[in-house]
Design a protein. Sequence first.
Length: 224
Amino acid sequence: MRILIVEDEAKIRGSTKRALVEDGFNVVEAEEGETGLHLAATEEFDLIILDVMLPLRDGWSVVKALREKGKQAPVLFLSARDDVPDRVKGLELGGDDYLVKPFAFSELLARVRSLLRRPAARQADKLRVEDLELDLVRHKATRGGKALDLTAKEFSLLALLVQRTGEVIARTLLLEQVWDVNFDGDTNVIDVAVGRLRKKLDDPFPTKLIHTVRGVGYVLERRD
Ligand code: CA
C-alpha cells in the first residue's frame, strides 16, 4: 500500500512517515502543494494525507484539482484548524476524512486503515472527471452540479467513456459493451447516440469532454 504525505512541517511529516512505515506502508513525501499535486496526479497512491495550510498551493486546491483530473484516491486532511466550516469545505471539495493536529498516531493509523477499506466501494459507485460526476448506483449524472437528463443507453455510454478517461474507445467496442451487439455492421447508431449525449453533456458548457477520433471512435478527456 502506497501513501503520499503532503505536509510542510518537517517534524510532523517525519514522525507521520515513521509511524506509517513501521505499520508496513510505503510512503512518499512532499513538502508543498505543487509537488504534492504533481505526485498525486502522475503516480498511483492508495491514500493521500494532505495538510491544509501548505506553501505554493493549499490542500483544498490540491484535492479539488485532483478530483477534476478524475483521481479518486482517498484523501485524509490534516489541519491545525478544527472549526466546522473548514472541515465541511474540505469534505465538500472531495476529501474523505479530517484529522486535527496534534493527533495521536494510533488515531491516524485507525483513520488510514478505515479509509483504505473504503476505496474499492467508493470508486465503484462514483466517478468524477472535471465537473462531471456519475453516480453508478443511482444512475445519475451531473455536470457543474446540474443534473443531466440521460436515457439508460446514454448513461451507459457515458459511464464507459468516463471509466476509461483518456483512452480512445472504438465504436465496435461501444457497440459490444453498451448495445450488447457483437458484429462489424453499422456503427451509425453509436454516432447518433454520441451526438445526443454531446448535446446534453457538452453543448451547454465551455469545456468539451467528448472528442471524436476520426475513423476509430471516441475519447472522453479535458483538452485545453
Ligand atoms: Ca502546514
